[in-house]
Design a protein around this ligand. Structure first.
Ligand SMILES: C[S@@+](CC[C@H](N)C(=O)[O-])C[C@H]1O[C@@H](n2cnc3c(N)ncnc32)[C@H](O)[C@@H]1O
Length: 570
């Protein structure tokens, strides 16, 4: 899989402007009466004196020391949802996990990283603005929903602001330009803020993560087993969860059933131990699709195990297929059509993964119950999803995203245009555009995804598509010889963005339109800068004009931001 291209790392590290430029207010002086002054890690240094000195003397530059304790105020959110705070006078930036805009807190400097430092929050002094009650009981421990206790409007504002800062400071598009406000579109909210994920991956583990207050309990054996989500910062500790508000209710019923039964000593099931590499159960992956005829959810349960022992999983399979609301019926056994309206189809799979790594993709796959795929619809097309297929995780918002992509691409609709779908995955974007195009050419590195794209094209009766496997980080001068010059390029890379080789190719190709879809606004801003302004150090000229950049909230309560950008040839 792709790694971050070195030019990308270098550029982002050198500029890091979102750290330098974000304006924050002065932090009030740290109170010497606060009991945290005697915090153990801080007891042997006089850093708090230094803090006081700095906040009192306006002219002095301030560089915090490791373990120094400070009183801070979070001003905004940055990449990965970290809270941005700034030291008075010097503007030195500190990033803090789980700090939200407006929150005043005591933090300890945990890491210094050149032009900024990371802080661990020790105690909240006053809560952030726009505080709401997080509906999920796990929200403050689980790393998934970092902003569930921030009102949704405030989450949207923070995300929009973050994209704006990146476009200005990394993308080098001036907000003084009269066109800027037209280019920078307001964020598209997600109408469905809970139960929107169609896939969740839970892990089994031998070490339950416990909050500080109950750490003394020290459970062992079965009491220490857990099924849930990795606790932030731990590869071996699992936060036990009975339900997740981001996945569908039927999927939660399955999770609760597995939780109620898997530790039963009579079943003899053991979780995989990531230290000793022993044990059987590794992951539980739950996917929710949709039956196209009834519009009811379809469910897939995938047990990822370290070996193939179907008899061990049989009791769990029986329990799941007996859940009244999730009646599993073998597809071939359907005789009563009316029954379709009362059941969710269930597929129970077993992926066997013998490696010591943490992946949920198996080397072998077995069907334990029902069919081996579930279906989902997107952009008016039907997709068959197998246990390891990539599919947009928020189907509802993916419809919105794909509509925006199509609006940007603006196909003429007379079947005369060539579309190049870079990083095409299972072909979903290209396939939704195919009906209006002459031909779609898709490129993707994962062979299984390319095979799924072919299957999806066939399933939907689409014959004007060609999907090819290829690593877009390793293209050479022959790339581009196998397809005609495209009228529209869609590029949807994963987080590292586009490799410089691909940027150079696009600048030579000069397609009239590029629709850049990105799940990482930082690399997106960098790449649109290259495409529009060129790469000075390499004497490469840009030849595109940024027409619009549209942030889209695909994942409420999490730091993720999607953007759709339209670039037109100058
Ligand atoms: C964000 S996903 C987009 C998938 C697809 N466009 C969609 O909407 O479902 C990025 C895709 O790029 C693929 N990818 C990552 N690195 C790649 C590379 N170096 N060359 C080609 N494809 C790559 C991934 O496997 C993944 O399918």
């Amino acid at each position: 899989m792709a790694t971050i291209p070195s030019h990308a790392l270098r550029h982002l590290t050198l500029t890091r402007p979102w750290l330098r430029k974000i304006s924050c207010t002065t932090s009030p002086a740290f109170s010497s009466q606060d009991p945290l002054l005697t915090y153990p890690d801080n007891s042997n240094n006089n850093d708090t004196d230094h803090t006081k000195k700095t906040t009192n003397s306006k002219s002095q530059a301030f560089f915090p020391k490791k373990n120094q304790v400070l009183e801070l105020e979070c001003e905004s959110l940055a990449f990965k949802g970290k809270g941005v705070c700034k030291v008075a006078d010097s503007g030195f930036v500190l990033l803090c996990d789980n700090a939200l805009p407006g929150e005043r807190f005591i933090g300890r400097v945990s890491r210094k990283k050149g032009s900024y430092a990371e802080v661990t929050k020790l105690k909240t002094l006053s809560p952030h603005r726009d505080l709401v009650d997080a509906p999920c009981g796990y929200a403050s421990y689980c790393g998934g929903c970092k902003t569930q206790n921030l009102s949704y409007e405030a989450q949207l504002r923070a995300k929009e602001q973050q994209v704006r800062e990146l476009v200005i400071h990394v993308g080098k598009f001036s907000d003084k330009n009269p066109d800027f406000e037209c280019i920078m579109k307001p964020i598209v909210p997600c109408d469905v803020q809970f139960h929107y994920r169609n896939k969740m991956e839970f892990s089994f583990g031998t070490q339950k993560w416990l909050p500080k207050e109950v750490l003394h309990e020290k459970p062992d054996g079965i009491d220490n087993y857990a099924l849930g989500l990795h606790a932030p910062g731990y590869f071996d500790k699992i936060l036990n969860v009975d339900k997740c508000l981001l996945q569908s209710e039927p999927a939660n019923k399955i999770l609760a059933t597995v939780q109620d039964n898997w530790k039963d000593p009579e079943l003899g099931l053991s979780p995989y131990n990531v230290h000793s590499h022993t044990g059987f159960l590794k992951h539980l992956v739950l996917r929710t699709g949709r039956d196209m005829k009834t519009d009811l959810p379809e469910l897939m349960v995938n047990f990822v195990t370290s070996s193939y022992k179907p008899e061990m999983l049989k009791p769990l399979v029986e329990k799941i297929s007996a859940i009244p609301e999730v009646v599993g019926v073998k597809y071939a056994n359907f005789v009563n059509v009316d029954l379709l309206y009362f059941v969710y189809m269930v597929s129970i799979m077993n992926n066997v993964n013998t490696s010591v790594g943490n992946t949920s993709v198996g080397e072998e796959e077995y069907t334990l119950y029902g069919k081996s795929t579930i279906t989902e619809s997107l952009g008016g097309l039907t997709f068959q999803i197998s246990a390891n297929s990539f599919f947009q995780t928020n189907t509802h918002q993916a419809e919105v995203l794909y509509k925006l992509i199509e609006d940007c691409a603006g196909p003429r609709g007379d079947a005369s245009e060539i579309v190049l779908d870079l990083f095409c995955g299972t072909g979903t974007i290209g396939l939704t555009l195919a009906k209006k195009a002459k031909h779609v050419y898709g490129y993707e590195v994962v062979a299984q995804a390319v095979a799924d794209a072919h299957r999806n094209a066939k399933l939907n009766g689409i014959s004007n598509t060609t999907f090819l496997q290829g690593d877009l980080n390793k293209i050479d001068e022959n790339f581009g010889k196998h397809f005609p010059k495209p009228d529209i390029v869609i590029s949807d890379p994963n987080r590292p963005g586009m490799h410089m080789k691909l940027i150079k190719f696009l600048l030579r190709l000069k397609a009239p339109k590029i629709v850049y879809v990105s799940c990482n606004p930082a690399t997106c801003a960098r790449d649109i800068d290259y495409l529009c302004h060129g790469v000075m150090e390499q004497n490469i000229k840009g030849c595109y004009k940024l027409k619009s950049i549209q942030p889209v909230d695909m994942f409420p309560h999490t730091p993720h931001i999607e953007c759709v950008c339209l670039l037109e040839l100058c």
